[in-house]
Write a protein that binds this ligand. Sequence first.
Ligand code: AP5
Length: 211
Amino acid sequence: MIHLLFGPPGAGKGTQSDLLKVRLGAVHLSTGDLFRAAIKGGTALGKEAKSYMDAGKLVPDSVTIGLVREKLQGNTVQMVILDGFPRNVSQAEALDQMLIEIGVSLGKAVFLDVPKNVLLERLSGRRVCAGCGAVYHAKASPPKVPNVCDKCGGKVDQRIDDREEAVATRLEVYESSTSPLRDFYLKREVLERVDGLGTSEEVFRRIEKVF
Ligand code: AP5
């Protein structure tokens, strides 16, 4: 079964997906992570995605939908958490079609609800390891040695799209393109709003209850 985790930038989708992966054995499929890996690997996909991502804009559907289709096709595990896809109604319609093709049903569409002032605080403070992708927060959960990853010793830095200008664009894109998915999945009777405030543990327990 495929569950969706969606919400604004900084809502905690990646953080919660990691917990779901470790504790419930889910497979975590994040289009943002796939694009970042492609950029790091210098692939054609990465070259195409980079300028959109750095500016905080969506990568074109023609690229993104094909990528997700390819990843879902080979997947035979019990539980998949899709994080960051779909991100607009066209992608949601394409996902419906993919699920029919691969004979998998849609579980819950979990909307992580976090107010804008908290999102801005989380995004401005987020720091990420360039080596292993571990996520920190400059104030709330910094690495033990400044700018050095606790897990792999890699360099910990700010994501280019967490800079102020790109964050503003990402929030606008979220409102215009992604937010309408709440109505889309409400009509399908699979929408679950989860309060994204509180500690990661508290949020995780709320999501676990939904599943
Ligand atoms: P993507 O990587 O998906 O970014 P996003 O949706 O903007 O989400 P974020 O990764 O910024 O935030 P998050 O919700 O995962 O929060 P996190 O857990 O890290 O996409 C990036 C780009 O790729 C897009 O802009 C677009 O260009 C492209 N893209 C991706 N998918 C696409 C698609 N389908 N179509 C087209 N383009 C696509 O947490 C944030 C911070 O808060 C961290 O520091 C964390 O430690 C902290 N934190 C988390 N939870 C808590 C908590 N409970 N309390 C306190 N701090 C917390």
